[in-house]
Design a protein around this ligand. Sequence first.
Ligand code: NDP
Ligand code: MG
Length: 382
Amino acid sequence: MEKQRITLLGSTGSIGVQTLDVARFRGLSVDAIGFGSDIQKGEEQIRAFSPRFCAVADEKAAWELKTRVKDTNVKIYAGSHGICDMIADSASDVCLNAISGFAGLLPTMAALSSCRRLALANKETLVAAGEIVMKTAADKGCEIIPVDSEHSAIFQCLQAGKKREVKKLILTCSGGAFFGYTKEQLRSVTREQALGHPTWNMGAKITVDCASLMNKGLEVIEAMHLFSLPPEQIQVVIHRESIIHSMVEYLDNTVVAQLGVSDMRMPIGYALSYPDRAPLPGEALDFAKLGKLTFFRPDTDTFPLLSLAVRSAGRGGIIPCAMNAANEEAVRLFLDGKIGFTDIFTVVEEVTDGYADQASPTLSDILSVNEEARERVREKVR
Ligand code: NDP
Ligand code: MG
C-alpha cells in the first residue's frame, strides 16, 4: 500500500494535519487536498506536498488561493460541488475524509464511487446516512476503514474472532471536560471550559460533543453501521485515561482490547496501511509509567444526549440525521455564545423528538431533513 495516492479532505483540520504528518513520515503521495476556507494553511500544504489538485469549499477563498499559487501546477476547484468533482478527477487509491460535520456526506458519496478505499474520520456521514453509505460502499466495491480511534480499535479487535462469535462491542469514552459534574454545575460552564479536553486535542465541534457525551452517542450509531450490530450490542464505558481505545467481548467472555497512547496518528496510519502495519512517529505505551487504568458507568441522567442517540439509533430512518443536524446547529450556537451548554441538551432533544419516524430515506430526504432540523433549532433559539 505504500505507493498509494491519497486524497485528503479536511486537510487543514486536526485530523488532516496529523494525516499529513503520517504521509511525510512514510513518504506517501498526497495527490489531492480539500478544505473549507483556511487558504493560509492550504497554501503551505500545497507548497510542502505538491498535490495535483486542491478544492476549497468557500468559493471566494478558492479564487484567492488560485492567485496565490499560480506559480505551482496545482489545479484549484471551488465550492462544495468542486470538492466532489476533485474526488472524481483525482480517483485516488484512498480518500481520507476528515471534513467536520454533515458537510462530509456528499464527498463521502463521491469517494465511494471513485476510490478503492475510504478512510473515514467524518462520523457524521454514517450517523446521518449510515444505511445509504454502507449500501453504496458494498455496491461500488469500496472498503470503508474507520479512522475514529474507537472504531479503529474495534476493527482491529474483530480480527481476533468471527463475526458470529461477537457478544458485544465496548466503546471507551474519556468522559470529556465535565466528567463528574452535577446538572447544577453544568448549567454555568463556559465555552472555554467545554473546549478543554482532558486527553485529546481536536477540532472545536467534536470537543464540545465530547463534553456533552454526544460524541459517544454519534459513535454508537457509527459502530452500528460499520459493524452491522444493533445498539443493544454496543456498550459505553467511561475510561478517563484514553489508553484502551475500545474492546470486543466474545461469546466465551474473552475481551479483546486495543491499547496505545492517545495519538490519532495511530488509527490514521492503520487506515492507510491496512492490512499491513507500518512504523509511525510518536511514543509507545509505557505501562509502568501508566500505573493504573480506571473505568466508570456513564452518567446518562446528567448527560442525556448519549441516551437520546441510542434511542435515535433504535428508531433509525431519518431520526439520527435529524438529531445530528440539530446537534451541529446547537453546538454552533453555543460556540457563537448564543446559547448555554445545557441548552444544547434541551434543544437537540426537543427537535429530535419532534420528528415522526420515516424508514428507508433517500439521499434527498436526508439532505432536506438536515436543512430543516437546523432551521427548527434556529427557530427555537429565536
Ligand atoms: P477540525 O475542525 O479540526 O477540521 C475540520 C476540517 O474540515 C478543516 O480542514 C475544515 O477546513 C474542513 N471543513 C469544514 N467545513 C467544510 C466544508 N463545508 N467543506 C469542506 N471542508 C470543510 O475537525 P477535526 O479534524 O477535529 O475533525 C474532523 C472529523 O473527524 C470530524 O467528523 C470528527 O468528528 C472526526 N474525528 C476527529 C477526531 C480528532 O481527534 N480530531 C477523532 C475522531 C474523529 P477549514 O480549516 O478551512 O475550516
Ligand atoms: Mg472517537
